[in-house]
Structure formats: C-alpha cells, structure tokens
Design a protein around this ligand. Structure first.
Ligand SMILES: C[S@@+](CC[C@H](N)C(=O)[O-])C[C@H]1O[C@@H](n2cnc3c(N)ncnc32)[C@H](O)[C@@H]1O
Length: 192
C-alpha cells in the first residue's frame, strides 16, 4: 500500500554513510583537540560582533592603502579574516592555521566568498610576514607573548589588532571595547 520505501541495498548504503559521517566527526574532534593540546589555543571563532568591530578598525587603520595584505595568525574557521576582507575594498588575505578541520572549513569558505587570498595549513612560527599591511590575532596569552618575541617576522610599524588578549610586551596605540556582553577589548599595536 505504501510502495517500496527502501530495501536491503539502501540499508547497506545508509549504514555506510552513517559510518563515514561518524568517522569524519571523530576525526574532526580528535584532530581539533590534539591541535588545541599542542598549541594551548582552542579553535574558538570570534563572535560576529567582534568580527564586525575588528573589520571597522581594520578599515580605519588601512585607510586608502591599495590592495593591502591582511594576515590572520591562527585563522581558525576563517571568521575574522573573511570579515576584514569583506570590509576593506581590494584587500588580500592570508590565514595560517595549524588544526586540520578549522583550516579545511576556512579554505572552503574562502573559496566560496570570492575574496582574494588563501588559508594555509601551517604554524605561524617562523613565518615571513614582512609583506603584511595588517595583522589580526585572536590567540592566548602565551601565543601573544611569542608574537612579541618575534615568532613571526613583521615589518616595524605594521599595525597588529589583538582580540581579547593584550600583547603585554608592547604598548597599545589604542584599546577599543566592543559592544558585546563581554566588552571584548581590541588592542591596536604597531610592531616596534
Ligand atoms: C581562538 S582561534 C581564533 C580563530 C580566528 N582567528 C577567529 O578569530 O575567528 C585561534 C586559532 O589559532 C590556531 N593556532 C594556535 N596556535 C597556532 C600556531 N602556532 N600556528 C597556527 N595556528 C595556531 C588554533 O588552532 C585556533 O584555531
């Protein structure tokens, strides 16, 4: 009366799909936890509100610079970098991310966004970033300290926007409080 909904062959297919999804989820969880354990920084994306406010600050800092290069150190799922690229006309972006799953998601989002730039799966330590016109970061305290100690090669005078965590070895040029419930601080520095 109801016709044939699915038979033994379909059940096999459904079970196979369930296994693939389960394995992919387990892979994503294990690799993300592993990266977090190694770096001490979880792959937590910046909130839409923080992204918007960083993007506004980035636009202001970059002014009319033609085709500026924006670097996101620890780019996660791409939220922060893509928000900046959307807000700054002609901007190009490079995101560096060590964890596989966030990087893969960011790479797909980057492609779909049609913005100029790329997400690379690599650690930022030792990266030659002297071509960057702006650096954005949302890392932990230890990572921010590493940055001040020269973990990434940056041109003196390059603006750096750090979300939430201060780079204590540097004097901020400005501190902006976001309008979110945490009043998230954004620290604007110039590389000494
Ligand atoms: C808090 S998330 C921020 C993601 C993104 N920037 C945003 O604001 O939405 C920090 C990311 O930095 C990555 N990360 C931490 N240490 C790293 C390193 N040494 N090299 C590259 N990525 C790193 C983590 O895997 C994590 O995804």
């Amino acid at each position: 009366m109801f016709g044939r909904c699915f038979g033994p062959a379909d059940e096999g297919m459904i079970a196979a799909i369930e296994w693939v999804l389960l394995l992919l989820t387990a892979f994503a969880v294990v690799t993300t936890l592993y990266s977090c354990a190694r770096t001490g920084v979880p792959a937590v994306p910046s909130s839409p509100r923080v992204c918007r406010e960083v993007a506004g600050l980035a636009r202001e800092v970059l002014g009319n610079k033609p085709h500026p290069l924006v670097l996101d150190l620890g780019s996660g799922y791409g939220d922060l970098l893509l928000a900046v690229l959307r807000a700054v006309p002609g901007a190009r972006g490079v995101g560096l991310e060590v964890a596989v799953m966030p990087w893969a998601v960011a790479a797909v989002r980057g492609r779909l966004s049609g913005r100029r730039g790329c997400f690379r799966r690599q650690r930022y330590e030792g990266y030659e970033g002297s071509g960057a016109d702006l650096v954005v970061v949302y890392l932990g305290r230890a990572a921010s300290r590493e940055l001040a100690e020269g973990a990434v090669r940056l041109r003196p005078g390059t603006p750096v926007i750090s979300c939430f965590f201060a780079i204590t070895a540097w004097e901020p040029e400005r501190v902006v409080r976001c309008g979110d419930m945490y009043r998230t601080p954004l620290y604007l520095y110039r590389v000494p």
